[in-house]
Design a protein. Sequence first.
Lengths: 359, 642
Amino acid sequence: MASAGTSGGSVTELASRLYDACISKFSADHLFYQQDLLGLDIVPKSDLPLLLQCTQSLVDQKLFRLLQGKNDRLAWKIIPREDAEKLQNLSPDESLVYNVIHSTGRSGIWVRAIQSRTNLHKSILDRCLKSLEGKNYIKSVHNVKFPSRKMYMLAGLAPSEDVTGGAWFTDGVLDENFINVVSGFIEFSVSKKSWYEVPASDKARNKRIKTTDGSATVRSKDAAGQREYLPYPPGYKGYPTVAALTAAVNQSGITPVRLGEDSVTQLLEMLCYDNKLVALNNGEVYKSVKNPEQVKARQARKPDEDPSVVEDRLVRNGMTEVPCGQCPVFNLCVPGGAVSPENCEYFETWIHEKSPLSF
Amino acid sequence: MASQYAAELCMLLVEDNFGELFGRIFSTLHRYERLTLQRLVGFTRISESRLRAALVAMIQHHLVHHYTPLEEGVTYYNANMQAAYYLARSGKILEFVEDRLGQYAANVMSTIMYLGHAQVSHLETLPELQPDAIQTNGFREGQEDLREVDDDDNGENRVNGMNGMNGVNGANGGDHMPEQSSLHPTLKALAAHGYILRVREGHFQSFADNVLDIERQIKAGDSVQSLKGKKLEEYVLEKTGDLLKERLDGDLTRGLLINGVPRGVKRRRLNGALVEDTKRARFDYDNDGEEDDENEWFDDEVPMESSLTVRVNYEKLDVALRNRRFLDLAERDAPPETAQVYDFLLRRIEYQTTKCRDSAEIPREGEEGEQYSVAIPLSSLSQDIDPYLDLVGSLGPTDVSSTNPRLGKRTFDETVNGDDDTHLEESAGSSGNRAYEIDQHLSLLAHPPYSLTSKRLSGGLITWTIEFRHLARKLRHLELERIVEARYGDVALRVIRVLQAKGKLDEKRLQEISLLPFKDLRQVLASMQTGGFVDLQEVPRDAQRQPSRTIFLWFFDPDRIRDSILEDTYKSMSRCLQRLRFERGRLKEFLDKTERSDVKGNEERYLSEGELERLRAWRAKESLLLGEVARLDDMVAVMRDY
């Protein structure tokens, strides 16, 4: 009894010394193997059963977390004392659930997955989750990839990009307004750097020279009304890079969060698919297709305006003009059939609309 | 080309241009393929004598191919769809020729078109090609007839071919002694540009007949007797290509091109650069030039051989029209000066390009190799380009930070002298600089977003070429994108471009790249799938093929879409023509009145105010529909011919 007591006491004492040594000598994230612990020279004579007893008692006190390292070896990680206290107050079921949630880190875990891993009954699991959430140990997160799944992660962690979908998602939903604002800003700032604005003093000269040219009238009208822009020659080095644009966006104050270069690149690529920007040198620098004046004009336009005044659409072609191009019953149209070019009502209205002298 | 809607369209075009008789023969030939005269009589129920006359005229217009195998001695006829389709493009071609070579050249061209093919000596005798006949309405009538739709009456005239032509204009013909002052030079110019070609016997047979005939000929020859198996095949194939080229070659540009430029063009440029409209830089051959220029041009002129028979070279004109589309692309985005430089490059290339593609069938996306145009040396371009074109001021400075000394100096000069001439002479004088500036403009076009040119270095010389296939593809995608945008909005456009760039994607990845909310994305994908623009591929993860264990990938197949849009375009074109015919039927009696021989040309005198109003309304309607057909033809050209 006494010997057991002394041995028990020494184990506890040894264990707490071991724990302190681990905390002071290693980082909080270190994965301890048997050699590491023996190397600390706290367990006398490398007594393996004794070490096992120590670690077991630490695990029981929730100061150590038992893990399986490489090659199925046992390994441990230390848990800070304040966390350990939290854990000690949990019921065994709760602590089981907590550990499972803890193990998935920043990516979170689906409730069904917890159930299958813990083998707990659904009602018990629900109770555990509720109590853990009530104690503010875990939180429920929304995953963009599986919007219908209920997922949990530790309360102290920020969800990873995979879960949130990156900077462009707010609460798991793509934030369209935010994207529009940022992309508008980016396009305009790229545009400012990809076109050379002719200084006012040069305009007179341009007008002069153009008089030998067919485009004289067009050009001089431009110069009178608005600013004139010229493209830069091929060797131009001033096109903005991703880094410069990221910095500009973050400085502008239009984003509540700091955007990373990855997010900005994503947006830039989208703008390329919109034919608003083009990537040069394999996406190193970007150039805008429209000059700042045009960009501004387009952005100022309301989305619900009459589409006929929208000129930055691709130029129309035959198929988009002719009524057949939009006809819902085009496939049924046969001369002499129920739908035929003779009785076509679209043609009727189209001809009346388009020919200026209709009667 | 032989699809249902293409056939319908060709039939309509033939019928509209040449009347019902031709239409009936043409559609019968298309429906039953090759026919002998006897069987044709049986199917069409037209009397043999009429049929013979019609076939002669149709052959004259290249609408019908004929072939007589030696051993049988019976002639087979079959329809030439391509020639029938080109009827839709005639207006565009005439407009283009007028733009390039002036009104008179367009007249000559339209006469040749109107006749199908014509001997030079015959063209000499035509009254409407006499210099002073241009003013009379004889010719214009002819031209309009070609574009307008004829009623039976005119069709009959055409049946008689050339004689009919004379009959129409008989009233004002015959009085003039032929003054060949401008016909021959114009023909030479057309020939030098490659817009017309010599008619060869092979042109009257279909392509397949020509090939088979040549193969037979080779196999019967002595040189193949020693060859067997694969070697024989190879030999025949190679030899066929050579002989085919020889047989169908009607090239008239030989001897008329000097250093890759048609004779006369360059000289005109140097003297006439100031007077001419430099924006389009037309090379006008008509009478508004200076007198000594004309003389210079005519002095060394040997008239065209009068026994030569010429026809329109549609292949070459397609090249020219395609170049014009490229220029449009440049004009849309690049500064006007750059577009002008590009125009000169394109023109140089056009002279040396005979057709748009090597292969006859439409190439599949991603399976075609690149085909470069001839390389044009920079030095020859700098000779062409108008020295007064402001190349410097139309590009920004390379370096923004330092205040540009060049621009600064310019402004200074200007304020002192109040005149730019000094500076312009400077820049024109130093040709090295000039070449560099042109190079800069072309380099601008070589970079995205344009990618319209590409630079080559051959033996230390800078040359510029065009990647034809790349640009043709670009045009094609542009047309498809326009349709997508018009039907499904710009969100769809983004999705299509992403799919095109990345291939097959599942919905999640697609959303990540296109940054669209799920709801919008699904909506637009679903509606595009209904329209046949995108499609879904299922990749099951296990053998059960449960939907939950299946990956769904969206994709966009440009070839398939191109084919279906092409068919739709043919169909729309025929619908426009059919509608036009219907509209004409509604106004038949009134239109008959306006076309009476006494009323025609004197509408003001014979028609009341209300009737004139009606006539104007009708003309507007007609031009709307015909204009639309021409616009649709632009799309067909992009998707099929370029």
